[in-house]
Design a protein around this ligand. Structure first.
Ligand code: COA
Length: 445
């Protein structure tokens, strides 16, 4: 069977940042701990006035192509995943291809281009489409370029405002990949839900509390579906578990439920029995209500056990390091989590070749997807090439008034004279509007 997976990855953060504890919390009259401890976020990334989903996506893709020494002829597909699209017909992938053609030799005229939509899970679905295209043998030896790009802005005053973010992840999906090979096995949890949506509007309508519950319910379904094809999982099977990370506090909830599920009927449950008892079983109690109460009580105790805390520290915490610095990137978020985990373990000197990841993606509306990945020998070189630290440090830090201005500049319903806080440097920049309402871009040396 062909080995197919992610060969390379590049991350482009919006060029601005907002400090949640120092700048956002005082202006909102909130305790900084709500953001730093409760949600688990330190800073959000924002696009400067000349940045948008096209520039961020094109910049990530350009870097990736340059670093891998690729030409347009090497690419047979360009798929963009986004929930921030500004056109109901022309896909963002055509804009990104146009940008890349400005600076690369050759063109993408024989590459299939498209745009994927299913809230935050669309990035993973695009990777999936690329995987299937290669496995079907329709790629003619070429790779797919997948770009997950979003400006995750909420209406001012919405509880989601604290979780905002903006950035793009470009991924090269190829045969014999250097970074991770994807498993053929997948699990899905999918249902018609109304937790987060944008019915032809820029900022989302969100039922935040419900979206947390729906995330957990669909993720659980996806895990059961994954186990039905891949076999029961054990906590020690996976080096890292990158989840979709709208904010790290969400992953804290998902990880605890996942750990409880995975230790059932294992030696870990046996070893913990003396300390916190065994997990309640439905047949042991009279009603569903009593069962839920018993499960909640067990889970509360489980979360303070050393076994759980150690597993969380090793398997989950490394995946959250970048999210804490950038906020929610919607379609890119789970791919940021994978890169974050590998980056942290590379810094600690781990040898991960042949080790496995379990990847949990989620999109509101709602669908979760779970698959496994095997880390490839070229992983360290790939991850070290990302230079994540300097990219995060180079962002311009906004005052609250500047943040308000930036939010207005990117608000489609407001006419705001744009002030720029940074100067584009070796990157694509928005260059005004064309005669049919199209956006124009230029590469700034
Ligand atoms: N110190 C430490 N923790 C604090 C705190 C403080 N001073 N103040 C609050 N917290 C904790 C809360 O206990 C809560 O944690 P918990 O859920 O583990 O109990 C967390 O911080 C968030 O506080 P909460 O009052 O629930 O925040 P909120 O009502 O303003 O909004 C969301 C939370 C998730 C609903 C909101 O951010 C949102 O709508 N986000 C967008 C949708 C989203 O991302 N959904 C996720 C699925 S995709």
């Amino acid at each position: 069977m062909k080995s197919v997976g992610i060969d390379a990855i590049e991350i482009w953060t919006g060029n601005l940042e907002l400090d949640l504890a120092e700048t956002f919390a005082p202006a909102m009259g909130e305790d900084p701990g709500k953001y730093t401890k409760g949600l688990g976020l330190l800073r959000s990334s924002f696009p400067d006035a000349y940045e948008d989903i096209v520039t961020m996506g094109a910049n990530a893709a350009h870097r990736l192509m340059e670093r891998k020494g690729l030409e347009p002829d090497d690419i047979g597909r360009i798929d963009v995943a986004t929930e921030s699209a500004f056109d109901n017909s022309k896909p963002v992938s055509t804009y990104i291809a146009g940008c890349l053609e400005e600076v690369l030799d050759g063109d993408f005229h024989h590459a299939n281009k498209g745009e994927r939509k299913f809230a935050c899970v669309a990035g993973t679905q695009s990777v999936d489409d690329a995987y299937n295209w290669i496995r079907a043998g329709r790629n003619r030896g070429r790779s797919a370029l997948v770009v997950a790009t979003d400006t995750a802005l909420y209406a001012r005053g919405d509880p989601g405002e604290a979780t905002q973010g903006a950035g793009a992840v470009a991924m090269l999906v190829s045969e014999d990949p250097d970074l991770v090979e994807l498993s053929a096995e997948q699990g899905y949890g999918s249902a018609d839900e109304t937790d987060f949506l944008k019915p032809n509007q820029q900022f989302p309508s969100v039922d935040g509390k419900r979206s947390v519950q729906v995330y957990l319910a669909r993720m659980r379904e996806a895990l059961e579906d994954f186990e039905s094809v891949a076999g029961a999982i054990h906590p020690d099977d996976f080096e890292l578990i990158p989840f979709h990370t709208p904010f790290p506090g969400m992953v804290r909830k998902a990880a605890l439920l996942g750990f409880r599920h995975a230790i059932r009927d294992t030696e870990i449950e046996d070893e913990l029995a003396a300390e916190i008892g065994r997990q309640p079983r439905r047949e042991e109690v009279e009603s569903d209500e009593a069962y839920l109460d018993a499960i909640k009580e067990y889970t509360d105790k489980l979360k303070d056990t050393q076994a759980y805390l150690d597993w969380y520290e090793d398997t989950i915490e490394p995946t959250l390091a970048i999210a804490r610095e950038v906020g929610n990137w919607y379609t890119g978020s789970v791919h940021v989590a994978r890169a974050s985990g590998l980056w942290q373990l590379a810094k600690e000197g781990h040898d991960l070749t042949g080790k496995r990841l379990l990847v949990g993606s989620y999109g509101s509306g709602a669908q979760a997807e779970i698959h496994a990945e095997t880390i490839q020998p070229g992983w360290r070189e790939e991850i070290e090439a990302l230079e994540i630290e300097s990219r995060l440090e180079d962002r311009y830090s906004l005052t609250f008034e500047e943040y308000e201005h930036v939010h207005d500049v990117h608000n489609h319903d407001k006419e705001t004279e744009a002030e720029e806080f940074t100067t584009p440097d070796s990157e694509f920049a928005f260059d005004g509007w064309g005669r049919m309402g199209e956006r124009k871009y230029r590469y700034v040396e």
